[in-house]
Design a protein. Structure first.
Length: 227
C-alpha cells in the first residue's frame, strides 16, 4: 500500500465551493482499489472541526502565523486546528458579507525544509481601489519555476495574479522586503458576469512572454516582459 497525503482547502461534503471539493472527496475511495491509501489535510474550519470524531493530536505548534495550532488526525482526515486563522464564518474564500478574505503572497525561509518560517508578504494592491470592483480580489496563482527549458526562471522576480487586481510583479531580491515593480490591470472584458477583470493564472516562457488568463470572459492576454 502506498501512503499519499492530499492537501486541499475543500473536501466534499464538509466544505464545498466548487469542483475541487468533489475531487478531493472522491479521491480516497477511487485510489484505494489501486493500492493507494490517501489522507487529506484540511484547514480547521468550524464545519470541519464539528465533523471530527475522537481526533488524535499529531503535532502541536506553539506559534503558527500568529497563534497556537494543532494537527489533528481523524480517520482519513488530518486537520490543522488553528482558531486564529480558521474559526470564522463564511467559506474558505468569502466572509459572511460575501467579500473576499485578504489573500497574500507569502515569503518563506526554507533553508531548513523541516521548519519553514514566514518572513514577509508581497504588498497587496490597495484594497480600497479594488475591493468593490466586482468579482474576487486577492492573490491566486504565481508563475512557478517549473523545470522546463521553455519556461522563464528567476529567483529575483515573482509574478502573481490577483483577480480584479490584475497581474503583479515583485522584486524579491530582498526577501524580507518584497516590492512591487510592475502591474497589468486590463478593463473589464465584454460579457464578464462580474463586471471586472478576473486574472487567475500566469505563465512566462523562455522568451519573456507572459501568458495570463481571465477566468470568465476575457480569454488569454499575452504580454512582453521587459523587467
Amino acid at each position: 500500500m502506498i501512503d499519499v497525503l492530499a492537501v486541499a482547502s475543500e473536501y466534499y461534503p464538509l466544505v464545498k465551493t466548487g469542483g475541487l471539493a468533489d475531487v478531493t472527496g472522491a479521491l480516497p475511495g477511487a485510489l484505494k482499489p489501486h493500492g493507494i491509501a490517501t489522507r487529506t489535510l484540511l484547514p480547521g474550519y468550524p464545519k470541519v472541526m464539528q465533523h471530527l470524531s475522537s481526533p488524535e493530536t499529531l503535532h502541536d505548534f506553539a506559534d503558527l502565523f500568529g497563534g497556537p495550532a494543532r494537527l489533528l488526525g481523524s480517520g482519513d482526515l488530518i486537520v490543522l486546528d488553528a482558531p486564529h486563522l480558521y474559526c470564522r464564518e463564511g467559506n474558505p474564500y468569502l466572509g459572511p458579507d460575501g467579500k473576499d478574505w485578504p489573500k497574500l503572497i507569502w515569503m518563506l525561509d526554507m533553508r531548513d525544509e523541516t521548519h519553514p518560517v514566514s518572513i514577509a508578504t508581497c504588498p497587496l494592491p490597495p484594497a480600497d481601489a479594488y475591493k468593490d470592483r466586482g468579482g474576487r480580489f486577492g492573490a491566486h496563482n504565481i508563475h512557478e519555476n517549473v523545470e522546463l527549458p521553455t519556461a522563464w526562471h528567476s529567483d529575483q522576480i515573482v509574478l502573481g495574479t490577483f483577480f480584479n487586481g490584475g497581474l503583479r510583479a515583485y522584486d524579491i531580491s530582498n526577501a524580507y522586503q518584497p516590492r512591487e515593480i510592475a502591474c497589468f490591470v486590463p478593463p473589464a472584458p465584454k460579457g464578464s458576469p462580474v463586471g471586472a477583470i478576473q486574472l487567475n493564472d500566469v505563465f512566462v516562457d523562455d522568451r519573456g512572454l507572459v501568458f495570463t488568463v481571465d477566468r470568465f470572459a476575457g480569454g488569454l492576454y499575452i504580454l512582453e516582459m521587459s523587467l
